[in-house]
Structures are given as C-alpha cells and as structure tokens.
Design a protein around this ligand. Structure first.
Ligand SMILES: Cc1cc2nc3c(=O)[nH]c(=O)nc-3n(C[C@H](O)[C@H](O)[C@H](O)COP(=O)(O)O)c2cc1C
Ligand SMILES: [Fe+2]
Ligand SMILES: [Fe+2]
Length: 438
C-alpha cells in the first residue's frame, strides 16, 4: 500500500517538528494541519482488537479566510498534546466550527475542554450523534450552539467549504464524513482508518500497514458491511485528492485504491458458490455420547429434503472457529446442537456464538436442539443468545432425553424440514406449548 510519493503533495507537507514529539504539528495540505496524538504503546483497543503497532488519534485543523474548523479530537489522556498542537496553528478565538464525525471517546476526549476554551465554536454533529453529545457534555450541552447535519449540508469558512455526508454505522450510529470541497479532502474518522502508529503519518511514507488496514476492517467495519457499502456509494462520486481518517496513515497517495480495497472487503467471500435462489442452512453440533449427533443428522436429512435449501452439518469438535464465522456471515439460517452439561451449553458452542460479534446476524434464522439427562437448559440458553443477536427464532428447539428413539428422530427430521420451509418462505408458525417450556 505504501507506494510512490505524490510529489505535488509532498512539497506542501511541511513538518513543523516531528509528529512523534509533543510539539509536532504536520501540515497535511495548504491550511490543513494534523493536530492529533500518537499512541505507539497501545496493545489492545476497545477490548476487542490487538494493536501491534499502537494507534493514532488523528485530529485536524482547517483554516479558512473566515474561521478555523477543528475536525474530531483525541482520546482524553492525550488532551495536553492535542491542545499544544492546536495552539500552534490557531487561537481559540478563531475557532468557528467543531466537527464531530464520531462521538466514541477515542475522538471526543478533548471536546468538553475545547468547548470551554472556544465556547463560540459551533458544533456540527449528525442527527444520531446529538444524543451522545448531550450525554458527553451533560448540563453544559445547553451552553453551546449545535447544528445537526445531513448529507449535503455545508458550512462556510469563508474561502473554504465543509460539506457533510451522512454515513451511519461506519462504526457507531452517529458516524458522518466531512468533505473539504475546494481541497477535495475527505475526513472519514474510523472509516478507512486503521490502528497503525507511525510518526511519518502519510501512507506513502509509513511502514507496510496492509495487515492493520484489513484487520481493522474485519473487526470494526465488518459487522456493518451493508452500511459501509452505503457510505462508499456516497463517497465514490466525489473528487478525492486525499483521505484523512482519524486512526492510522493519511491516505494521500492513490486514495481511491483504498476505496477499491474496501469494495473488495465488503464483498461476500463465498456467495458465488451458491445459486441465487438457494438458501443456506448450517447445522453445528457438539456431542459427548452421540445423542446430539444423531439428532443433528436427522435434522440435516429433514432440512435437505426441501428444494432450494442447501443444508450442511458440522461437528464443532473438528474445527477452529474462524472458518465457520465466514460461512455463517453468508448463511441464511443457523442451527446449534448441544447437550446440557452441568446446566449449560457446551463451551465450543458459546465460543462460536461469541465469535459472531464481528458479523451481522440480525434477521438470520436461528434454532437449537440437544440431548439432555434431567434438566436440559442448554437449548433454551442458546435460543436466548440467538435472540440477543437479533436473529429470528421461529421454532421452539427440540430437546430429547438421552438417545433419541425412532419416533424422536422423526421429530428431528420434521424440525429440519420446518426450518427449511421458514427459509424458503413456506414456514408455518407453530403454536408454542407453554407447558413444555422451562
Ligand atoms: C459431565 C456431565 C454433566 C451433565 N450435566 C447435565 C445437566 O446439568 N443437565 C442435564 O439435563 N443433563 C446433564 N448431563 C446429561 C447429558 O446432557 C446427557 O447425557 C446427554 O444425552 C448427552 O448428549 P450427547 O450424547 O449428545 O453428549 C450431563 C452429562 C455429563 C457427562
Ligand atoms: Fe469508533
Ligand atoms: Fe475510532
């Protein structure tokens, strides 16, 4: 990714001090300064990500003939360095706009203090961001002027114009992008960012960050894949000279390549294998003594007997979790089989279920089944978890005491058929027998 430098930009990117030092401010392009913070020692972000190279919190100051806009801030522990940098490029009294592209704490740590120092700054935030901003500023919220943005809204800085793009869920519901029209510079916050700390700042100067770029996409953007597609649809028609995200390298060399890379990353990996009409149903099970395995086989037989459903069955003891997550991302339905062991579902099942936070599960069909000895809680627990993932669970799961009889195996086949019918749209909702619950 780090490719040949764009010489025209290279000449305007004057470094005032080194970015890695407390006084380092970097001119990104004429009148636009990086005033962010480097966090090279961070090794874990938001609990869920590893950060082998640390990260950066990129904040920018944009100077126009009639004011200065600050775009995003930094994580609170870096406030001092942020204010030192900001003071090098602007007086607080000059700040007319504070643009908040995303209100997660890694970008808003300095916001309350910045507003105390520049109370005249007008805040620009998305419709969904306003609630988060209110929670952040508490009673002080009322003291400041705030405008909710929508796609196409503009703010003038005199000779420069900022325009907003409503791009929700490119990480949180509140996210937006901001475009500096005259400079064709797009501020994307988390989108197109990555956790990669390198004080050379620009993509054509830093080390090889391809791994970090894809890893960030996989863990931050992948659960919101369809929103990333919507954001790309809005961004791609723009003329783009540079992309300035709020983590990792600034993309000034071949910025469009990174949009193309995202287009590749959002594409389903496996869908070409499946006929467009076909629905996919994945059955995962664990079994200590073979009873739940017998049930899985019968459910698979029943599910496979329905046209246009491709059912597959997997023993969780035989694989790592990761390849299954890719399969599940593109599946229409999931069925989990687990015996009840010590009043719980088996850990392998929980491991897979907890691995699903990186993908979108909302609306997929879910079901559970399992053998048990006396209490049999596991099936209901798994169903609850599936509902928690916003899956639809139209059928109450099948629980069978110890090994299934021929009649019970037929119940499993019927269950599989019924799940397949739900996928093809021919499902019949069954009345739940409440006496059987518990
Ligand atoms: C260590 C252990 C703990 C168990 N704990 C429970 C339990 O808490 N509740 C229950 O209903 N059955 C319990 N069982 C019984 C199993 O759920 C039952 O044997 C079941 O048929 C096993 O299914 P499988 O052949 O698919 O492994 C336990 C079995 C074992 C071996
Ligand atoms: Fe975020
Ligand atoms: Fe972030």
């Amino acid at each position: 990714m780090a490719s040949g430098a764009n010489m025209a930009i290279e000449q305007t990117a004057k470094t005032i001090g080194a970015a890695g030092t407390p006084d380092g401010v970097v001119e990104v392009m004429d009148g636009v300064h990086w005033i962010g913070a480097l966090d090279p020692d961070l090794r874990s972000f938001d609990v869920i990500l590893k950060t082998a190279n640390g990260t950066s919190y990129n904040s920018y100051a944009v100077r126009g003939s009639e004011g200065v806009a600050v775009i995003d801030t930094v994580k609170q522990e870096f406030n001092d360095v942020f204010f030192e940098r900001l003071e090098q490029v602007a007086d607080y009294s000059e700040i007319t706009a504070l643009v908040l592209n995303h209100l997660e704490p890694d970008h808003t740590g300095a916001v309350p203090e910045l507003l105390r120092r520049a109370p005249q700054a007008h805040i620009y935030v998305s419709h969904r961001g306003i609630k988060v901003l209110r929670a952040l500023l508490k009673d002080d919220f009322e003291k400041y002027q705030c405008t909710m943005t929508d796609t196409g809204d503009k703010v003038s800085l005199g000779d420069r114009t900022l325009s907003f793009l409503c791009t929700p869920y490119v990480h949180w519901p509140d996210t937006q992008c901001t475009y500096l029209e005259e400079s064709e510079l797009l501020f994307t916050c988390d989108l197109l960012g990555c956790h990669f700390c390198d004080d050379r700042l620009f993509n054509d100067r830093v080390g090889d960050f391809r791994f970090a770029f894809e890893y960030y996409f996989d863990h931050i953007m992948r659960p919101f894949r369809r929103f990333v597609v919507e954001a790309l649809d809005l961004i791609e028609p723009l003329e783009i000279t540079m992309i300035a995200p709020s983590h990792g390298p600034i993309l000034r060399s071949h910025p469009r390549q990174y949009l193309q890379h995202y287009r590749q990353l959002v594409k389903p990996k496996l869908q070409s294998e499946i006929d467009g009409e076909e629905k996919t149903l994945l059955i995962f099970y664990v079994s200590a003594y073979g009873a739940t395995a017998q049930m899985a086989k019968a459910i698979y037989e029943g599910a496979s007997s329905i046209p246009n459903v491709r059912a597959s069955v997997y023993d969780l003891q035989g694989s790592e979790i990761t390849p299954f997550v890719d399969l599940i991302e593109e599946a229409d339905g999931l069925v989990f089989g687990t015996p009840t062991i010590n009043g719980d579902a088996v850990k392998l099942v929980w491991d897979l279920l907890s691995g699903l936070i990186d993908i979108e599960m909302r609306g997929k069909l879910g079901a559970a089944f399992g053998s048990y000895g006396w209490t049999g809680e596991a099936v209901r627990m798994v169903e609850d978890r599936m509902r928690g993932l916003k899956m639809r669970v139209p059928e109450q799961g099948v629980r069978i005491k110890l090994h299934p009889t021929d009649e019970e195996l037929q119940t499993c086949r019927d269950f599989g058929e019924s799940l397949s019918r739900h996928l093809t749209g021919a499902g019949v909702a069954k009345e739940i027998d409440f006496s059987a619950l518990g």
